[in-house]
Design a protein around this ligand. Sequence first.
Ligand SMILES: [Fe+2]
Ligand SMILES: [Fe+2]
Length: 322
Amino acid sequence: MFTLAHLSDPHVPSPLRVGVSALATKRALGYWSWRRRRVYIHSIDVLEALTRDLAETVPDHVAVTGDLVNISLPSEFAAAARWLETLGGGERVSIVPGNHDAYVAVPLEQSWDLWRAYMASDGPGDPATAPAASGPIPFPYVRRRGRIAIVGLCTAVPTPPGWASGRLGRDQLERLGGVLAAFGDAGMFRVVLLHHPPIEGDNPLRKRLTDAADLQRVIARHGAELLLHGHDHRCSIRAMAGPAGGVPAVGVPSASASVAKTKPIGQYNLYDISPSPRGWSIDLRVRRYDATLGRFQEAGGQRVAPQPADGATMDARVTADA
Ligand SMILES: [Fe+2]
Ligand SMILES: [Fe+2]
């Protein structure tokens, strides 16, 4: 059995010291949103409780699906890198960027370079990571852990003020198809990480993955065993069409939410993945933050695969108690 932890949208809180020139961009809107609303939701205490909980649940691997920062200040990327270190090194933790991690264009050496070890493909024939020294980070990245293949996608692109949409692009989708086909032929469990929800129509246009339909075609043709995403700060479990039945696509609330207002309180999910007579079984265990106790604890679970349906909302036990 392989246990994978999935958390998302930590929006790692850190002091946002912003000069006037930095605010003369889309950042001004994001800064205002942070001061007015987000600062009261996302809490470093919750993230510290999460790190403590992961030390007890001891997953084999941790996936973080984006929005590690808020307005893409260089100081935020550094703070998020320090937080990532509390979860583990690049060999144990995989991340993909979200729209807030590309809020405005920032030089690589002040931004994603600081997280490069967590987005690096394996070295040739070796599960140890081999991060490229410099230059654009290639997506999808691919990591093998036993029979588990982790495929990381980038949907994060700078967008105009008021927009939070994402895009994969034709080249990345083409490479994804090749990767999924190769790992499918090898009988591996393929888990795909991306920030934006992959089901078209879940979000208004300004928040949506604009080429979700193209991604759905790739999954329908080549298949995958599990897609994990964030962005909505909500629980959601949907089935995408695959070549041999439904492929679960699961979203999780923000990992750092200290209160449940319009969105659920902090949560992360554990997936126990095992070979089964029908292919694979995936058992989901929910870990939710308890503000009274100041810690995460078990909050239900369900089996999410295999799935007979395509495109439908799946078993609602987890979504219902969010
Ligand atoms: Fe987010
Ligand atoms: Fe997002």
